[in-house]
Write a protein that binds this ligand. Sequence first.
Ligand code: ZN
Length: 152
Amino acid sequence: MSHSLESDDRGIILPCPACGTANRIAYAKVSQQGRCGSCKADLPHVTAPVEVASPSAFAALISQSPLPVVIDFWAPWCGPCQMMAPEFAKAAAQAAGEAVFIKVNTDEQQQIASQFRIQGIPAFALIKDGKLASQTSGFQPAARLLAWMRQS
Ligand SMILES: [Zn+2]
């Protein structure tokens, strides 16, 4: 079962916690908290990992996000990746408003994986100001991933 959020070329799809309406948060505005287009309730920060659906969505997010972006490279057949998923989600929740956490399925997004020269998974990359700041790999608890993110 996945709690990841969907995304497209224009932004992250965030369901309103009050009414359930899908709101699109533009990548350039991920550091802000918007309002639901339907019921006008305040929307929370993005607190869950975002699934990347295409190279164009990935490029848009990376180039437009004012927040650092943490990438989890994973695949469904990878056991350590399954173990990592709840830790990555925990890190995303704890760093809400501080960074955006995204998931790249290396089976479906081979172009992105090769761009980062991913050899083994799970692997992680940190993007700051649109540029690669650091990479690491292997299972790690949320606290260690956050420490790496904040020190890099
Ligand atoms: Zn709403």
